[in-house]
Design a protein around this ligand. Structure first.
Ligand code: NAP
Length: 242
């Protein structure tokens, strides 16, 4: 008997580092999983294979989380296939290339960050919330509660914390929580970056996608049934970022 047996979970951006680890962990804990992706179909297929090998159902759905038509279609498809939605993990994000700077703006990228990182949470929550109400389900957002990666990324990701609190009020009794990962090596950190992050943290290593996935699973579980509007930092005590 697993804690998510018979439950259906949507993970946005499940083709990425943290999203794919989260999708696998939910499947290990009994859930059928919707693997949402936008451009990385091969990676999404690998996640689907891993979930199916665990004996769970996986539904691979391409959708731009910031596009209401895409998200409405995705939600209907999930209901057609799984009949219910218990958890929505708003994990997808658009982020800048490493050298992206304020002085050298790419306006299209800035707009994409606003759309995906802010609108994406709102659009997905809007379409999925009626089904979460039926199942007493909940939402977990993956945010960034500190400034890193240039102001376009930092601004749109730190908005996730007040959005989480606002949605918790708006959608209660649906619980809405967030995790704020510290630097997790999903992009191939340089040795120098790694050394800086390890120096800043109290726990002397960089984080793994599974560290974040475990926190998401906890917040989505019945063990967190009295927690809402909260942001849990999963950063090894990396207070320098806050
Ligand atoms: N890694 C860190 O250090 C860190 C720290 C703090 C917060 N976070 C947050 O953690 C989450 C996961 O990050 P990650 O490090 O795992 O990044 P990642 O590997 O780059 O994954 C990002 C995911 O977002 C998806 N995505 C982008 N635009 C999308 C769109 N319009 N619609 C649907 N999906 C879209 C990507 O899908 P495709 O590739 O299929 O397009 C990909 O699956 C993000 O919210 C990020 O801001 C990460």
């Amino acid at each position: 008997m697993h804690s998510f047996d018979g439950k259906s979970v949507i993970i946005t951006g499940a083709s990425g580092g943290i999203g794919s680890a989260t999708a696998r962990l939910f499947a290990e804990n009994g859930a059928d999983v919707v693997v949402n992706y936008y451009s990385s179909s091969t990676k999404a297929d690998e996640v689907v294979d891993a979930i199916q090998q665990l004996g769970r159902q996986a539904l691979c759905l391409k959708a731009d989380v910031s596009n209401p038509t895409d998200v409405s279609t995705m939600t209907k498809e999930v209901i057609d296939q799984f009949g219910r939605i218990d958890v929505l993990v708003n994990n997808a994000a658009a982020h800048p290339p490493p050298l992206f700077q304020f002085k050298n703006p790419d306006w299209d990228l800035w707009i994409r960050m606003v759309r995906v990182n802010i609108m994406g949470i709102l659009v997905c929550s809007h379409y999925v919330a009626p089904y979460l109400k039926e199942t007493h389900g909940n939402i977990v957002n993956v945010v960034m509660d500190y400034h890193l990666g240039g102001i376009g990324y930092a601004l749109t990701k730190t908005a996730g914390t007040p959005i989480t609190r606002g949605l918790a009020r708006e959608l209660a009794p649906i619980r809405v929580n967030a995790v704020s990962p510290g630097p997790i090596d999903t992009w191939g950190m340089t040795k120098e970056e790694k050394a800086v992050f390890i120096k800043q943290a109290l726990i002397k290593r960089t984080g793994h996608p599974t560290d974040v996935a475990n926190a998401i699973l906890f917040l989505a579980s019945s063990k967190a049934s009295y927690i809402t509007g909260e942001t849990l930092h999963v950063d090894g005590g990396n207070f320098d970022h806050k």
